[in-house]
Design a protein around this ligand. Structure first.
Ligand SMILES: [Zn+2]
Length: 271
């Protein structure tokens, strides 16, 4: 083996060794990168689980055939409203709340709760005013302030109005029509604001209730709230279903018009 050959071979061997070293260094480096990547993936927040989808709402019954009743609660929300919401939730019953604007401004959380639970929210004036005797300016102020308060609290703009004391007028009807509010009165009135007696309220409601009717109650009275479980349980056992006012009329209420019950049409009350 001559000199230059030996030099070339040695150089090749050195190069090969260097290359091998470089390759062997490369592999762990690559591994390190992979490990780091895996670690950073583990540290990254896990993708958010899908929020539970709300239970699909069953379609409301056809109240021209089913035995429907609309429970309505006026003058709230106040502290006794929370207990009522628990009672309604435990029986999966939806009701309609006619809210006084002043109370909405004081208890926006309860209004939100009513809406989130699927109840219908409606306007009952801002100060519980006698709208049937009020001037145009007063009516517009009472209704607009209440609509705004309810919208601020729940995001909902009501399309039902119950004039306090059932006191209405042509002027109120015209303004209600312009504001997109149907007027909802009632069929069954147990005078629960006067008779603060739970058994008396139960008896008065259960006595002659009929399909298609609207029951007037006040959730501001604890004596009334305590009557609700028995009213619901007894009437459910008789085959009644509870719906909101809009559902009672199949969603077809005309602004400005007055409603006291669903006209007994053909077949109403049949199972
Ligand atoms: Zn009232």
């Amino acid at each position: 083996m001559d000199g230059p050959n030996l030099v070339r071979r040695t150089a090749a061997a050195v190069l090969a060794a260097a290359l091998c070293g470089w390759l062997s260094m490369l592999a762990p480096a690559d591994e390190r990168v992979r490990l780091a990547a895996a670690r950073s993936e583990a540290a990254a927040p896990a993708p958010k689980p899908e929020p539970p989808k709300p239970k699909p709402k069953p379609p409301p019954p056809d109240c021209t055939r089913a035995k429907c009743l609309a429970l309505t609660f006026d003058d709230g929300p106040t502290e006794s409203t929370a207990g009522l919401l628990d009672i309604l939730a435990s029986r999966d019953v939806k009701a309609t709340f006619f809210l006084v604007g002043e109370n909405v401004a004081e208890n926006p959380g309860l209004v939100r709760r009513e809406h989130q639970a699927g109840h219908e929210i409606a306007d009952h004036s801002y100060t519980h005013a006698d709208l049937g005797r009020a001037s145009k300016k007063k009516i517009v102020s009472e209704l607009t302030r209440t609509q705004d308060a309810i919208r601020n609290a729940s995001g909902v703009t009501p399309d039902l109005l119950r004039p306090p004391y059932g006191s209405t007028s042509k002027r109120l009807a015209r303004i209600a029509r312009e504001m997109g509010l149907a007027q909802v009165l009632w069929t069954v009135d147990p005078l629960d604001w006067r008779h603060r007696d739970t058994e008396d309220i139960e008896r008065r409601v259960l006595k002659d209730v009929k399909p298609g009717q609207i029951i007037l109650l006040h959730d501001i009275h604890p004596t009334t709230v305590r009557a609700v479980p028995k009213i619901i349980d007894r009437l459910s056992a008789e085959g009644y279903v509870f719906v909101t006012v809009s559902e009672l009329f199949g969603g077809k209420l005309t602004p400005g018009e007055e409603y006291t019950e669903l006209d007994s049409g053909e077949g109403q009350g049949l199972p």
